[in-house]
Structures are given as C-alpha cells and as structure tokens.
Design a protein around this ligand. Structure first.
Ligand code: HQG
Length: 182
C-alpha cells in the first residue's frame, strides 16, 4: 500500500474501532475488540478493500501504534482514544511527577477556568514528554503545551492509567494542577 492509502485506511479503522463501529458494520466487545474477519468484511462493504496483510502492515507501521491485534491474530482493537464506552482493562498506576498536554491558545480560557476535560473521549490524554504534547497540540494550530502536576494529582487520589503505547489517561485535570503554558 502506498502512504496515502495507509493513512486513509488507518483513519477508517480509527473511526470504526473508536467511534462508530455501526457505520463500519462491526461490533466491539466490552473490551473494545472486533473480529478481524468481520472488520475486513465491513471495510469491503464500505468500499475500503483491505487484505489481511495490509491490515497487519497498518498495525505494524502505524506512527502512534494505534491498533493492537490479539495474540492469535483474530481480533483487533484501538489502544486508546475511544468515544464509545469500552473497558480497556488498564490497571491504575503511578505517573511521573510531570506530564504534558498539548492544546491551542483558543482553548486556554476555558481550560484555565474548568481544567482539562475529556471532551468527546473517555479520558484526558496526557503525554510523557513536551515534544509529544507539542505534536498533539499542532493538530489544531500553533501548539501550546501545559504541564500537569501528575505526581501531586496522584497523591491527592486521582487515578492514572497508561496505555502500552505510552499515552497517560486520567478522567479530568482540575485547574489547580496545571502549570503555565510552556
Ligand atoms: C481541549 C490524538 C475547552 C483539549 C492525539 C483538546 C492524542 C478543552 C481538545 C489524542 C478543555 C480535545 C488525544 C476545556 C480540554 N475547554 N477545551 N475545559 N479541556 N480541551 O482530540 O488531547 O491521532 O479529544 O486541549 O495525538 O487533542 O487520535 O484530545 O485540544 O494522543 O491517535 O479539547 O488524540 O491521537 O481534543 O488528543 P481530543 P487531544 P490519535
């Protein structure tokens, strides 16, 4: 597959596995897994002809390792980023002292007042380093990076989880844990 096709297919999969399984004609189990055969059939019905090998290539080469196959290769899910309710089965864990959130200036007034909210997703997504967060913010314009006092939040009882591709998840970040934009 060429790069453009890979990106198009990856977007289709993100939508199907995170946001709109019905539209792709697939079902997700409570942990977010879809049957690969069902997914490939659903793709075909929507004019997205994807072979098993192409799917494997997307899973292996995706820039953010967005998708995971089950060990036997029969099921696939998104590693994070869902808007549909799924239980990823991630255990609570201790975050580093600081985490980072990439956003854009136009959201700052609302964030300063209300803190970081998950918006359409299940959780607020935080990055382990400033550079990654800058990339996240840059999707929407000139990026602004906020530091999050994750260690202090954890000490105060907020529950953190980390996906196996290194994205930190928390239900919300109250404004008192946010640092000045860097
Ligand atoms: C902002 C991508 C107003 C928040 C990325 C963000 C990430 C508020 C937007 C992953 C707010 C939500 C997640 C508040 C937060 N008022 N705006 N109180 N609280 N916001 O896409 O973090 O490509 O849901 O700053 O790389 O941008 O999908 O979250 O700008 O890892 O794999 O509301 O999505 O990964 O946007 O991105 P999103 P995000 P994928």
């Amino acid at each position: 597959m060429d790069q453009r096709e890979l990106v198009r297919a990856s977007r289709f999969l993100s939508r199907a596995l995170r946001h709109d399984p019905d539209q792709a004609g697939i079902r997700l189990d409570p942990q977010g897994w879809a049957e690969v055969d069902e997914l490939l059939a659903g793709c075909r019905r929507r004019g997205m002809h994807l072979s098993r090998a192409a799917l494997q290539e997307i899973v292996d080469t995706n820039d953010k390792r967005r998708f995971a196959l089950s060990p036997d290769g029969t099921r696939i899910r998104a590693r994070q980023g869902h808007s549909v309710r799924v239980d990823l089965g991630l255990e609570p864990c201790t975050p580093p002292t600081l985490l980072y959130h990439g956003t854009v200036g136009r959201f700052l007034p609302a964030i300063t007042t209300g803190g970081l909210r998950p918006m359409k997703r299940h959780d607020v997504h935080l990055s382990p380093d400033e550079e990654t967060a800058r990339g996240v913010g840059a999707r929407r314009g000139t990026p602004v990076v906020l530091t999050v006092a994750a260690g202090r939040m954890h000490d105060d009882g907020h529950v953190f989880r980390v996906t196996d591709n290194g994205v930190w998840l928390v239900a919300a970040v109250p404004p008192e844990y946010l640092g000045e934009p860097v």
